[in-house]
Design a protein around this ligand. Structure first.
Ligand SMILES: [Zn+2]
Length: 176
């Protein structure tokens, strides 16, 4: 964990940009790359066949597991069907069964490796629910710690940078 503190006072927009970059360098890299694509990101990632760079930790028969590149906390995982669909009620039983099995596996792995105090598990379906990629459903598995909400604290406070995604990938890949 890297802790970054900034003082109070007026906020220079340029400084804000720089600090955002410090907090989430992968985000800037990702946005820069994403501009080239029109295809749904969750359809494209597994097709690229470079799992170490796209942070895919496991491929099942119907779903894959990938690091969330915009993690709310370290170890934030996504279980995603290969099938492009926005509706959980419409997916085949074998797909949703495997999705749930992989979600259980993710929880167990994160418990062992990160020893969190709790978890958030769930899906946001539809733009109104807050889904970032609404057209392709995905399950979030999010380890939680007491006090981790400080991660989203306001400017002027100390923020905690989640570990770099490459480290998370190495820590989790060995379980799959
Ligand atoms: Zn898709």
């Amino acid at each position: 964990m890297v802790s970054i503190t900034r003082g109070s006072g007026s906020v220079d927009p340029e400084l804000t940009k720089t600090m955002d970059h410090l907090w989430s360098p992968w985000r800037y890299q990702y946005i820069a790359k994403e501009k080239k694509y029109n295809e749904c990101v969750f359809c494209r990632l597994p097709k690229e066949e470079r799992d170490e760079e796209t942070f895919i930790v496991y491929r099942g028969c119907f779903n894959y597991i990938v690091l969330n590149i915009f993690p709310y906390t370290s170890g934030h995982l996504l279980v995603i069907p290969f099938q492009h669909t926005s509706s959980f009620s419409d997916i085949e039983k074998e797909v949703s069964d495997e999705m749930m099995d992989l979600t259980k596996k993710c929880q167990a792995v994160l418990q062992q490796e990160y020893k969190p105090d709790g978890f958030n598990l769930g899906m946001n379906l539809g733009v109104a629910s807050g889904a970032g990629v609404a057209e392709h459903l995905h399950m979030h598995i999010l380890p939680r710690w007491f006090g981790d909400a400080n991660f989203t604290s306001v400017i002027g406070e100390t923020r905690i940078l989640p570990e770099m995604l490459g480290n998370t990938f190495l820590r989790l890949k060995k379980y799959f």
